[in-house]
Ligand binder design. Structure first.
Ligand code: AMP
Length: 433
């Protein structure tokens, strides 16, 4: 049926079958982050626009072109968050979380909004999983985060991937590098796109963010920041490489990796996959040692990454958990009442159970069970009630057994745990829990 109403361009519905996969991926992330000492934080989707102008950066593509910004009824400029880090930093300052023992480790799941040109792997509403650590400047932490990301991608069964790292320097070494970069890029200005000509004036580092192939070619020949690091940044970068070697993580240094945001210092990184197409970053992040201070908070360093769930799930080989559902096929009012009670009990035990109310023949009910992809059907009629049993049908094998009413819950629990098939259950002895 067509109503003319469809989801907005660049947004998509996640239907139940796909949502299973999302649940699995989210559960995996949660399990791993918690094991590494991260705790969940949730912040609002809407924030004051200034938050992103100040943090993400006035000259970034996100702020200049991509934000969903509107004026609310109170006349305030509001933005649907395009990224997550500024919100976490705001929350830490607002709730003085920095008074807690550091480092602080947080993780988060949620939708982000960017008004970019939609294409494969690029949506206007997309979902990120983010992690952030505050209060630890040792490069061993940078490597630990990458080791965790590596483990997570392993568990998501994404084999084909590559880790890229870079250092974008710090306020000590970056200004002189930027001056040199501007000087060199000026020589090629006429070959750059309009946007890049503007970037060159405002912030030449942003030249490396350009998505135009011609500009990407030109920036290959520009000076590399890794050749202009101050001794402290060089030491940090060397430290990161040493710890990556320690974890036996392979990586490639990519000097053009500046990552589109203004607040990064020192380490930046991405994990890319050739299976993704043009938008090839599975996750990306870096250090932002001065962001907290920029927002008026204490001088606490930070590092984190964001992983796009749409992209990750488009290449992950994991599958959603098998659905195991019990269906009730009953005949007669007494059987219906018994089934309703049993169904209620099973649901409270966490066993997914479906009961329907339309009067149907047994054959029709079994047909429904097949269509619904049911694992087990409980069949109950007057005859079974008199005998004190239910017929239990394992739909995949077609195996059917009469199970005493007082044993049905135990049997279903065993089957649901996947330990046994119906045919393997020993009916001579009482069924074990
Ligand atoms: P960023 O915040 O741009 O560093 O992005 C971090 C991760 O979020 C990327 O590596 C992608 O996996 C994902 N991502 C970023 N932008 C989009 C988008 N427009 N659509 C889908 N995923 C995105």
């Amino acid at each position: 049926m067509k109503t003319g109403l469809t989801a907005l361009k660049g947004t998509k519905d996640i239907l139940p079958a796909e949502a299973r996969l999302w649940q699995k991926a989210e559960a995996l992330c949660r399990e791993i982050f918690e094991a590494y000492g991260y705790r969940e934080i949730r912040t609002p989707i809407i924030e004051p626009t200034e938050l992103f102008i100040k943090g993400t950066g006035e000259t970034t593509d996100i702020v200049t072109k991509e934000m969903y910004t509107f004026t609310d009824k109170g006349g305030r400029s509001i933005t649907l968050r395009p990224e997550y880090t500024p919100s976490v930093v705001r929350a830490i300052i607002e709730h003085r979380l920095y008074l807690q023992p550091s480092p602080l480790r947080f993780y988060y799941f949620g939708p982000m909004f960017r008004h970019d040109r939609p294409q494969r792997g690029r949506y206007r509403q997309f979902h990120q999983v983010d992690v952030e650590v505050f209060g630890e400047s040792d490069p061993a932490l940078d490597a630990e985060i990458l080791e965790m990301a590596d483990y997570l991608l392993d568990r998501l069964e994404i084999k084909n991937r590559e880790l890229l790292i870079n250092s974008v320097g710090c306020p000590v070494c970056r200004p002189s590098y930027l001056a040199f970069l501007r000087q060199e890029a000026e020589k090629l200005k006429s070959q750059l796109c309009q946007d890049c000509q503007r970037r060159l004036e405002l912030n030449p580092l942003r030249l490396f963010d350009c998505k135009e192939p011609t500009c990407q070619g030109i920036t290959q020949s520009l000076p590399k920041i890794t050749d202009h690091l101050c001794p402290d940044c060089q030491r940090h970068f060397d430290g990161l490489r040493r710890w990556l070697d320690f974890y036996r993580l392979s990586y490639r240094v990519e000097p053009r990796l500046v990552r589109g945001l203004d607040y990064y210092t020192r380490t930046t990184f991405e994990i890319i996959s050739p299976d993704l197409g043009a938008q090839n970053a599975l996750l990306g992040g870096g250090r932002y040692d001065h962001l907290m201070k920029l927002y008026g908070g204490p001088d606490i360093c930070g590092i984190g990454f964001a992983m796009g769930l749409e992209r990750v799930l488009s290449v992950a080989k994991i599958s959603g958990d098998e659905e195991k559902t019990i269906y009730f096929a009953y005949l007669g009012e007494r059987a219906k009442e018994y089934c309703l009670q049993l169904c209620r009990e099973l649901r409270r035990l966490g066993l997914s159970s479906i009961i329907e109310y339309k009067e149907r023949s047994l054959k029709e009910q079994l047909g429904r069970a097949n269509k619904l992809g049911i694992s087990w059907t409980i069949i109950l009629g007057e005859e079974e009630l008199t005998q004190g049993v239910v017929q239990l049908k394992e739909m995949a094998s077609g195996e059917q057994k009469a199970v005493p009413l007082d044993q049905i819950i135990r049997v279903l629990k065993i089957l649901e745990r996947g330990q046994k098939k119906l045919a393997d259950i020993d009916w001579q002895n009482r069924v074990n829990r």
